[in-house]
Design a protein around this ligand. Structure first.
Ligand code: GDP
Length: 329
């Protein structure tokens, strides 16, 4: 017999009661690209947004593959679980769009944390655009918070635009680096460095310890040259995800940041700015979906494309015609 379909109301009630199984199913709906699931997913997210917020913390963690993100989150997450928090780990991995195996996805990651009853780990959603993937992650954050998770960790690989997206959805942004990653930093990583609320030089153990501490001093001097945001001086520290050293200090830095943000009323200010951006992203996304799913547009678009390519129609004229057609229908 076919299982009776759960209503949005039932989903919301079960999520609010901390049911992780239903949380997972709801996230699957949110991640689905099928229009069939869209309305139900929207209703669930809207319902979860109405659940009064408890005191949650969203932490973004980024770093290139191999820097030690999963090892770090495994131990960091357990550390927080020991402190009594419920932890959800979500991933944004834009590479999973192109290759079947995502960088963050397949191998068994965060083995210890995944066995904890107070942790929930969700691999990266697939999607045809970074925009799609980030929408799914944003909505999943809302669902996890409604499910009473206190700390949401959003992990991303430091290889593209996804850092900016993740930075736009978290309260604290942590960058993991290695002592000998100096060269690449001059170029591509500068923008990411500017977003960091803290940098941790990972693998500061064994023979690497001294070099890591030296690198930390160096990075601290570079960070001190950037303009401060929200009166916060970004901190550079060292840690070893493997031996678990320095992990507690990183949590301490995050708490200090939160304290400062709350004291100056920046905490909610920042979230409100992020929400405003999210609103605009949603508007654009909805208009776009609406446009491309429109029957008339679908009919006429291939022809217009052909005419533009053949030089029989100006691209600007084609765009205007299509948008006008959409508006009047
Ligand atoms: P990710 O790709 O960023 O998630 O990196 P992983 O967590 O998978 O780590 C990559 C490799 O580095 C693994 O072999 C880890 O055991 C190792 N590793 C991670 N953290 C540390 C650390 O603090 N010290 C040392 N020596 N090795 C580490």
């Amino acid at each position: 017999a076919r299982r009776r379909k759960r209503s949005a109301h039932e989903y919301i009630a079960k999520i609010a009661a901390g049911d992780r199984y239903v949380l997972s199913q709801a996230i699957t709906l949110v991640e689905s690209d099928s229009p069939r699931h869209k309305n139900l997913a929207d209703e669930i997210v809207s319902g979860c947004l109405k659940i009064p917020q408890h005191n949650t913390m969203r932490i973004g963690i980024t770093g290139t593959p191999g820097v030690g993100k999963s090892t770090f989150i495994d131990n960091f997450g357990l550390h927080l679980v020991d402190k009594g928090y419920k932890i959800a780990v979500l991933a944004v991995d834009p590479t999973s769009q192109h290759t079947k195996g995502s960088i963050l996805g397949d191998k068994t990651r965060m083995e210890k944390l995944s066995r904890s009853d107070n942790a929930y780990i969700r691999p990266s959603p697939a999607g045809d655009s970074l925009g799609g993937v980030t929408r799914k992650t944003r909505e999943s954050i809302i669902l996890c918070e409604a499910c009473k998770f206190d700390i949401i960790i959003v992990e991303t690989v430091g290889v593209g635009q996804s850092e900016t997206a993740v930075h736009g959805m978290v309260d604290f942004f942590l960058l993991l680096l290695l002592a000998n990653s100096g060269d690449e930093l001059q170029g591509i990583k500068r923008g990411i460095m500017e977003m960091a609320d803290a940098i941790a030089i990972n693998k500061a153990d064994g023979e690497n310890k001294a070099a890591s501490e030296f690198a930390a001093t160096r990075f601290q001097s570079s960070l001190d040259l950037f303009p401060q945001q929200y009166k916060w001086r970004p901190q550079v520290t060292t840690c070893s995800a493997l031996t678990n050293s320095g992990i507690d200090n990183i949590w301490h830095i995050i708490e200090e940041h939160k304290e400062l943000m709350r004291r100056h009323n920046f905490f909610h200010h920042k979230r409100h700015l992020q929400e405003k951006k999210w609103l605009h992203n949603l508007i654009v996304q909805k208009l776009k979906d609406d446009f491309y799913q429109h029957d008339k547009i679908k009919d006429i678009l291939p022809d217009m494309e052909r005419k533009v390519c053949d030089g029989n129609l100006l691209v600007t004229t084609a765009a205007k015609k299509l948008v006008d057609l959409h508006k009047t229908n």
